[in-house]
Design a protein around this ligand. Structure first.
Ligand SMILES: C[S@@+](CC[C@H](N)C(=O)[O-])C[C@H]1O[C@@H](n2cnc3c(N)ncnc32)[C@H](O)[C@@H]1O
Length: 212
């Protein structure tokens, strides 16, 4: 589904207080203000609702959300600025560049929420669970780090499950209907709200980099 173009997004992003303009300068220092908490990284945060809700729910943790689409990033930046939480920031950029912004072992939890499925085989390497991305996540995660994935798309879920296993991750949790029960500890994303209201099941898995 195409994101509607937000005409004010570019200008808003140029002055947003929540945006980290030079993420490479924060490498190794993301948890500086809250060294006891965990560092969460959401890749493809869209309009930012999930990270904003999580940052409010877990104030002792630090949240960085990455989004490469200008319009979505503009909406997320506005949401983050309005929430005015000290533990939440936005990186307007491509998740393929994570290794320039985070040091190996620095990230505690990676969230992949309703990632674009890229159904055509020729586009498979763009999936955020393609082998090159998983290798990057493995390097960036801390020794007990986790990846949490949610999707409405059974084909992407199947592909990703096999890719996680092939990359040596260990499965901790799996559900093919996560919202069958209440999960107040895990807010709904914007896409998730839509799918749940349509009665679609939500697939979710949690992985750790067990062999680190
Ligand atoms: C289907 S939307 C889901 C948005 C949000 N996570 C949600 O659940 O409501 C996927 C988002 O991921 C972003 N995205 C896809 N590939 C990305 C990448 N390599 N780096 C950063 N963002 C990416 C897209 O621009 C889009 O906004």
């Amino acid at each position: 589904m195409r994101m509607r173009r937000i005409p004010w997004a570019a200008e808003y992003l140029s002055q947003s207080a929540s945006r980290v303009f030079e993420p490479a300068e924060k490498i190794g220092r993301w948890k500086e203000d809250q060294p006891q908490g965990r560092l969460h990284l959401e890749i493809g945060c869209g309009k930012g609702g999930y990270s904003a809700s999580m940052a409010a729910l877990y104030p002792e943790d630090t949240f960085a959300a990455v989004e490469k689409n200008e319009s979505a990033a503009g909406l997320a930046a506005k949401k983050f600025d309005e929430a005015a939480l000290g533990n939440l920031s936005l990186i307007y950029g491509d998740g393929a560049e994570l290794d320039q912004w985070f040091k190996p072992g620095e990230v505690d939890v990676i969230h992949l929420n309703f990632s674009d499925p890229w159904p055509k085989k020729r586009n498979a390497k763009r999936r955020l669970t393609a082998p090159a991305f998983l290798k990057q996540y493995h390097d960036l995660l801390s020794s007990n780090g986790q990846i949490v994935m949610k999707t409405d798309n059974p084909s992407l879920f199947e592909y990703s499950t096999l890719a996680f296993l092939a990359a040596g991750f260990e499965m901790e949790e799996i559900s093919v209907d996560f919202r069958r029960e209440e999960h107040p500890e895990d807010p709904l994303t914007e896409y998730e709200q839509k799918f749940v209201s349509q009665g679609k099941p939500i697939y979710r898995s949690v992985w750790n980099n067990g062999h680190k």
